[in-house]
Structure formats: C-alpha cells, structure tokens
Design a protein around this ligand. Structure first.
Ligand code: 13P
Length: 219
C-alpha cells in the first residue's frame, strides 16, 4: 500500500522539518505500508537528513525530474543529482501538463531517466487512455476535476479505471488514486481490489490529517 504526500509548491524548509518531526514518530510501522513525502526540490536535502536522523519509516520522492541527464540544461534537476535524496519521482502530473506544456514524449524521457538510475517513477494518468511509458510499473489515476476541488471521484469509478489500466498494461502494473483524498474518504479507495494506494495533495500539508490518513490505511 502506497501513501504519497505531494506538497506541490508549498512549505519552507522550517515548515517541512516541523511536518517531518510531527509525522515521523506516528507513522504506523507496517511491512505493507510505504509512506513517501515529495517536498519541493530545495527542501529535499534537509527532509532526507531529518528522516535518517529520526530513523522514520518514510521515503523521499521528487515531484518532477529533468528529461535529460547532467549537463548544460539550465534550471533542470537531473536524476543523477536528485538520487542523492530520492527513491521515487512523480512524473507527468496534470499540473505540469497544463502549466508547463509537458508532453507524453517528455514524460517518456523522464521515465527512462528514472528507471536507468534505479528511481521508481510514478506516472500520473488522467484516464485509461493516457499512455504509460514502457517499463513503468506504478501509475496514479488523477482525474483533473477531482484535483484540489474537494470533489473526489467515486471509489467505484476509480477502481474501474484501475482495472482497465491493468487489463491494458498487465497485472504487474500498480494503480493508485489521487484527487481530493482525505482521512474521511481514503478507506473507500484503498479497499478497492485494483487500487494500491493514494497520492494526496492538500490533505498531506497538514501533519495531523496526514497521520490520520496513514493510520486509516494501516487498519
Ligand atoms: P489534492 O489532494 O489536493 O486534490 O491533489 C491531488 C493531487 O494532485 C496529488 O498529486
């Protein structure tokens, strides 16, 4: 079961460390639970350090990465430097597709970068027709209408899309759901047979609420 906090463009380093110190000791220690936090790039180093020092059951992810490796690509974050801190990366979020012109081709390149460097990519898909790049074993179904609106999809529909994705790409594909997930509705999604976890935006910013989400998933 994956529970992933996507902070998007939020939290200073001080706020990030405060969150880690509150969350860390409260994450249920369970073999089947993989809890990941995805801060802004500038907080990655401090967040990673705090997790190691506290010995917390938390992994670190990035929210994006460069489609290129190291070299002359001003402003980009290559996987080779990110991998100092991360085990995991979100790729192709609909906010990047909408606001930064990210295309399926760029997303496929980013997935290659991640896989070649032993970083697990989580590809965001908007429905069962969004292409999933080769080698990608983890996707998240995030319908645009449900993102940041307080209006989640139904667990039944999310499960149906997850099932279609598995039919298309094989049973080895794990599918998560994202879009207005909170501590009240998370169980409805994770109890569905084709859904392997959740990607949480707004509700992950509040440490107490995020702990509740984790505890509800561990039950
Ligand atoms: P919200 O949980 O704020 O709807 O965001 C979902 C999302 O985009 C996670 O990546």
């Amino acid at each position: 079961m994956w529970i992933i906090a996507n902070w998007k463009s939020n939290k200073t380093i001080a706020e990030a460390l405060d969150w880690i110190s509150q969350i860390g000791p409260q994450i249920p220690k369970s073999e089947k639970l993989r809890v990941i936090v995805c801060p802004t790039f500038d907080a990655l180093s401090e967040v990673k350090k705090a997790i190691i020092v506290g010995n917390f059951p938390l992994l670190v992810g990035a929210q994006d990465l460069s489609p290129f490796g190291t070299g002359a690509y001003t402003g980009e974050e290559p996987v080779q430097t990110l991998s100092q801190f991360i085990d995991f990366v979100i790729v192709g979020h609909s906010e990047r597709r909408q606001n930064f012109g990210e295309t399926d081709e760029m997303i496929a390149k980013k997935v290659v970068q991640a896989l070649d460097n032993n970083i697990t990519p989580l590809v965001c898909v908007q429905d069962e027709n969004t292409p999933v790049p080769e080698g990608c074993k983890l996707v998240v179904f995030e319908p645009v209408f449900a993102i940041g609106t307080g209006n989640p999809d139904t667990p039944e529909n999310a499960d149906e899309i997850a099932k279609k994705l598995k039919e298309k790409y094989g049973d080895g594909l794990e599918v998560l759901y994202g879009g207005s997930v909170n501590s009240q509705n998370v169980k409805g999604f994770i109890s569905k047979p084709n859904i392997s976890g959740v990607l949480v935006g707004n509700a992950s910013l509040d440490a107490e609420e995020f702990v509740k989400i984790c505890k509800n998933c561990a039950l």
